[in-house]
Ligand binder design. Structure first.
Ligand code: ATP
Length: 311
């Protein structure tokens, strides 16, 4: 994507309505979103509101028959390849990956990261490994839920995206890794002009993260604000005062800063992964583990063939 495209919205949906084909139930109704590039949109809504449905539609996983969608000026459902390409790189990260049994097998982390192009973006890979605090000698079958999630994020964020769709994938991260991740996403949007849509039920640390916030309920967007329209005020917890064009939110009492502080102390005591001088470089370990994992080249080729759909 080029800088000249900055005037084109990252997302433009017009009268988007989605009906589940299996049941004819309306999942989304008349969704109109215009999201400028470099935005971070936070989607808020109760279970069943339609957040995942919206993200999957934007990711091109569900076909819409009513209304229209443009992503970075392109039509994600176009038959024309060049038109589709105008959408740029759209990355969707949902909870399904870490829950998939295949990702819990005895696979070295280096093999997974290499399989999505770790060696194409070596600097970005090493930065993400450190940011997400990955131990590159991990094997997937002995990872905790949060560690497995961090591997998913490292793989998913490796290729620079134009639009990132995050569906609750931060729920099992510790507060420090989540804090660092949110900071990285914000910096990416500001520096590269890319955008993020993030659906979550966890609001710690999000006070000044989004640029927009939308309230989705029953498949409809019922309210949306730019972050500048939200004022944090002192007062008793839990209160919200709606003004004509803005909203006052009372500051919450939260243990979040304490947990963040404790985890930062833990990291200081242990040290960053990059400070461990005994740690092998990614390439060295990758070569060793990959050779052990696949004993010859033909098996690697066969393995990757099984991971791709064939025509
Ligand atoms: N294939 C389907 N057929 C019919 N209804 C479906 C289908 N898939 C999802 N739904 C329903 O659509 C609604 C929206 O689901 P969705 O997963 O988008 O909600 P959500 O806002 O992401 O919820 P959560 O916060 O629980 O993740 C739910 O009521 C769900 O049961």
């Amino acid at each position: 994507m080029t800088g000249s495209k900055t005037a084109v919205p990252a997302i433009k949906t017009t009268h988007l309505t989605y009906t589940f084909p299996e049941t004819n139930k309306v999942g989304l109704y008349d969704i109109n979103i215009t999201l400028p590039r470099s935005s971070r949109l936070l989607l808020v809504g109760p279970n069943g509101a339609g957040k995942s449905t919206l993200l999957k539609i934007l990711a091109g996983q569900k076909l819409i028959k009513q209304g229209s969608i443009e992503l970075n000026g392109g039509n994600p459902f176009a038959f024309d390849y060049a038109e589709k390409q105008r959408c740029g790189t759209i990355t969707y990260l949902g909870t399904e990956w870490a829950n998939n049994g295949i990702t819990q097998r005895d696979i070295p982390v280096t093999v997974l990261i290499d399989s999505v192009g770790g060696n194409v973006y070596p600097e970005r890979r090493d930065m993400l490994v450190n940011l997400l605090d990955l131990d590159i000698s991990w094997r997937m079958n002995s990872c905790s839920d949060g560690e497995r999630r961090r591997v998913q994020l490292c793989m998913g964020l490796l290729k620079p995206w134009d639009l990132l769709l995050l569906d609750e994938v931060t729920v099992d991260l510790d507060v420090l890794v989540r804090f660092r991740l949110l900071g990285f996403l914000k910096k990416e949007c500001e520096e590269r002009g890319c955008s993020v849509v993030y659906a979550t039920h966890i609001f710690d640390g999000l006070g000044d993260w989004p640029s927009q916030i939308a309230h989705l309920s029953g498949g409809c967007i019922v309210e949306q604000y730019a972050i500048d329209d939200i004022k944090y005020v002192d007062g008793s917890e839990g209160g919200v005062v709606k003004k004509e064009n803005s909203i006052e939110v009372q500051k919450a009492h939260s243990l979040y800063p304490l947990a963040l502080n404790w985890m930062a102390d833990d990291l200081k005591l242990r040290g960053e992964r990059t400070e461990d001088k005994t740690r092998p470089k990614f390439e060295e370990l990758s070569k060793k583990t990959t050779e052990m994992y696949y004993d010859d080249k033909a098996r690697i080729t066969d393995y990757f063939k099984t991971t791709r759909t064939t025509k």
